[in-house]
Design a protein. Structure first.
Length: 338
């Protein structure tokens, strides 16, 4: 069962909750917008279900509610952003905003982001920069000491975390072409959503503590582990991201992050780029769908469609179990419902 809630009401509700947890007005608005938009795009693992966890991190002091990211310039096109022990959404948003400015003067720019907590939906940052004419690569890792949850290919002991990647480029229309994924078969947040909704996991997502395949979310929390996506491919990408996050960027509070922005007009005029993107997009979308699929989509099409549907309706459909978790989270900081 689900409940339709006005997006405006949900936005005010989340803002109140973060303000009650002593988050600044500016940062509360950024975090709220991030979670609401993830939910609108159907990325439920990084949407509303994160509220309770974030509030708890602020209340317990595990993350600073008043953190102010510190930007350090290493060269004309390279910066580091120290998240000051706060939530990663603010640190990453700060980094991308700086990279957009830098890439207007340089063909390529990059940032290392450290000392921050959970960053939410990684694709949001890649897409923000892609809309300004950049090809963006994001990856995160280095949290295996605290967050090991994914086994390497052929193993049963979790060694790395979900170490996500995001790639985004300007599209043929307003919205970018975007691919955002964890190196595990599913994101850990989807296990939390499945547990909250009492639904089984897909085949091939996790193993239990003995290394046996399972679809029960409880088995993951009882010492189980996530499997790498596409076997050795996901495992290899996860290990690379772990090295970037740790060996390159140092010790991590949760994960460390690398964002690289390259202007898509670096090698040929933007007009030629747009023609090529339009041609490929048409080829992909006009290709014949396989059995069980209505049509073929470009990366990001599905999420954008869900987002626009929510914008047009003004509502979000929230499962009753998640709605209850939101109310409980609000009460933990002395707030009421919508």
């Amino acid at each position: 069962m689900t409940t339709n809630i006005e997006i405006i009401k949900l936005t005010k509700f989340l803002n109140r909750c973060f303000l009650a947890a002593n988050v600044s007005k500016k940062n509360a608005a950024i975090i709220t917008k991030h979670l609401i938009e993830a939910e609108m795009r159907g990325i439920y693992s990084h949407g509303l279900n994160r509220l309770s966890w974030y509030l708890n991190l602020f209340q317990t002091g595990e993350l600073k509610s008043d953190a102010i990211p510190n930007i350090k310039k290493l060269s004309g096109n390279t910066i580091t952003v120290d998240g000051d022990g706060g939530i990663g959404i603010i640190a990453m948003d700060t980094a991308v905003s700086q990279l957009i400015k830098m890439t207007s003067k340089n063909l390529i720019s990059m940032a290392g982001i450290t000392n921050c907590g959970h960053t939410g939906r990684l694709g949001a940052y890649a897409e923000k920069a892609a809309k300004t004419g950049c090809f963006v690569i994001c990856m995160g890792g280095g949290g295996r000491e605290k967050w090991a949850s994914v086994v390497p290919f052929g193993g049963i002991n979790p060694i790395m975390s979900t170490n996500p990647f995001a790639f985004s480029m300007p599209g043929s229309e307003v919205n970018p072409v975007s691919s955002d994924f964890a190196i595990s078969t599913i994101a850990a947040g989807k296990i939390a959503v499945a547990k909250a909704n009492n639904t089984p996991l897909p085949d091939g997502a996790i193993i239990d503590s003995d290394g046996h395949a399972s679809r029960n979310p409880d088995d993951f929390y009882a010492g189980g582990a996530l499997l790498p996506a596409a076997g050795p491919k996901g495992s290899g990408m996860g290990i690379i991201a772990e090295l970037v996050g740790n060996a390159m960027l140092g010790s991590a509070l949760e994960f460390n992050w690398l964002i690289i922005c390259m202007r898509v007009d670096a090698f040929q005029p933007i007009s030629q780029y747009k023609v090529a993107v339009s041609k490929l997009s048409k080829q992909v979308r006009k290709s014949s769908p396989a059995t069980g699929h209505q049509k073929v989509l470009m990366p990001g099409d599905l999420e954008e469609k869900k987002y626009q549907d929510c914008v047009n309706s003004g509502y979000l459909s929230v499962s009753n179990n998640i709605a209850k978790l939101l109310i409980d989270a609000a009460q933990s900081v002395g707030q009421k419902g919508w």
